[in-house]
Design a protein. Structure first.
Length: 155
């Protein structure tokens, strides 16, 4: 059985730089045996933002890719803070917000971009947790997706 670090390496994806806070908050915080990760946006490998609105300037597939980029930014924050993805036992909860037009109905499909990434890193048993996927009329800097998450830490 592979470790989360080995699973991530096998995907051939690159992590962006861990995002820095743009307000008064911590990117993540450990409380007890849980890691709470603040809302993360859509960062490219070079650290720049993806901007756009699903249903207006991007389609659902573009939104799903943006959600995967958010997942990568979250993984980068975890590695930066904990030193290794192997210190995370499982995903507990994901809250995904999609910046979209009012006629957009496929929020869960879009947030799957992040959820599928986590499932590949931690496996179906530990990489799939509880989740909410909602549409909103605006997100900071006009990013298409923002996601926050709660993880359980290893022992």
């Amino acid at each position: 059985m592979n470790t989360p670090e080995q699973n991530f390496a096998a995907l051939g994806l690159k992590l962006p730089p861990a995002p820095k806070p743009i307000g008064v908050y911590k990117p993540c915080l450990v409380a007890g045996n849980f890691l709470y990760v603040s809302g993360h946006g859509t960062f490219k490998e070079d650290g720049s933002l993806v901007i756009g609105r699903v249903g207006e300037t991007m389609n659902a597939e573009d939104g799903k890719h943006a959600a995967q980029l958010v997942g990568l930014a979250i993984l980068s924050t975890i590695k930066n803070y904990l030193g290794s993805l192997d210190k995370v036992k499982r995903i507990i909860k994901v809250l995904g917000m999609v910046n979209c037009t009012t006629d957009t109905k496929n929020h869960p499909f879009i947030i799957n971009g992040c959820s599928e990434l986590f499932a590949k890193v931690w496996g179906d048993e530990n990489g799939i947790g509880a989740r909410s996927a909602i549409g909103v009329s605006s997100l900071p800097d006009n990013i298409p997706v923002e996601i926050e998450a709660i993880f359980e830490l290893v022992g």
